[in-house]
Ligand binder design. Structure first.
Ligand SMILES: NC(=O)c1ccc[n+]([C@@H]2O[C@H](COP(=O)([O-])OP(=O)(O)OC[C@H]3O[C@@H](n4cnc5c(N)ncnc54)[C@H](OP(=O)(O)O)[C@@H]3O)[C@@H](O)[C@H]2O)c1
Length: 276
């Protein structure tokens, strides 16, 4: 079984560098998919209130029989629950659905700058952290300007910013900003949602060179950049394939071939305006 390395976050907590994402997995299928992932060796699971599969995810965690301290569970606060009191209530509801006493990481899902509530929201996150009900707190889809404002107004530096990131959207500016502030970069849609990205000829060529699949070399590219990755699949063979990436390395030529693919192309919404 693959041994997934961990990153040490800015608060000293360790997080597996590769985890399992469950966006678009229906609640009724989440227990099976997460169960397969845990059997394959994943220990970090990324869900969110808005995915509506925290219950199924929690069931798989319980059914696995794995000690709680070996798991790393992330969930996220949805946009319409932002605000101090509503965040505390939403967090309670997420914990209840997950069947857990604490999460390892709680994230603000989107900044929704037009709503202008992420600072108050994060203050509630700081309380949740102080109460020991989240081991770490962070954000998702924050642009550097949102992080600047948040860090000016609050005292706990987010441990991660989870952003859309794949070879066609390499996010150099955000990654450099994060590195300067010791914020880990976590890549969502790391496989470009499994669509055209995995057929790109330059990626296929790197895959052929290493005798690996396109998904595996894309995941290697992320890991070698230092990103946390959370590929999603409901297909057991792909779930196993995506974690089997710790026994080979891309060389500088391969990394350069990936760098040439960056075209700043988003698959998802623009955080500057989403949710307004
Ligand atoms: N914070 C945010 O705003 C945000 C936004 C989006 C996603 N996320 C998180 O990031 C996770 C991953 O992103 P994502 O689900 O958008 O996309 P992704 O992981 O880039 O791609 C998932 C898609 O790729 C396919 N796939 C997976 N492994 C494959 C392989 N080895 N070969 C070929 N196809 C493969 C999957 O198909 P099958 O499932 O059919 O196998 C699925 O359709 C999410 O699940 C979620 O946890 C967060």
């Amino acid at each position: 079984m693959s041994k997934v390395p961990s990153l040490t976050l800015n608060n000293g907590v360790t997080m597996p560098q590769l985890g399992f994402g469950v966006w678009q997995v229906p609640d009724a299928e989440a227990a099976e998919a997460v169960g397969t992932a845990l059997e394959a060796g994943y220990r970090s699971i990324d869900t969110a209130a808005v995915y509506e599969n925290e219950r199924g995810t929690g069931q798989a965690l319980t059914a696995s029989g794995l000690p709680r301290e070996e798991l790393f569970v992330t969930t996220k606060l949805w946009n319409d629950e932002q605000g101090y009191d509503s965040t505390l209530r939403a967090f309670d509801a997420s914990l209840e659905r997950l069947g857990l006493d604490y999460v390892d990481l709680y994230l603000i899902h989107w900044p929704v700058p037009a709503q202008d509530t992420y600072v108050d929201t994060y203050k509630a996150f700081e309380k949740i952290l102080a109460d020991g009900r989240a081991r770490s707190i962070g954000v998702s889809n924050f642009l550097p300007e949102h992080l600047e404002r948040l860090m000016d107004a609050t005292s706990v530096v987010p441990v991660v910013n989870q952003i859309e990131l794949h070879p066609q959207l390499a996010q150099a500016e955000s990654r450099a900003f994060h590195a300067r502030h010791e914020i880990a970069t976590e890549a969502w849609s790391p496989l470009g949602q499994g669509r055209g990205l995995l057929e790109v000829p330059a990626i296929a060529a790197v895959a052929r060179k290493h005798g690996r699949t396109a998904a595996q070399v894309v995941l290697r590219w992320h890991l070698q950049l230092g990103n946390v990755v959370i590929p999603k699949s409901v297909t057991p063979s792909r779930i196993r394939e995506n974690i089997d990436v710790f026994d080979f390395e891309l060389d500088t030529e391969d990394m350069a071939a990936f760098a040439a693919l960056d075209e700043g192309r988003r698959l998802g919404p623009d955080p500057a305006v989403f949710g307004a």
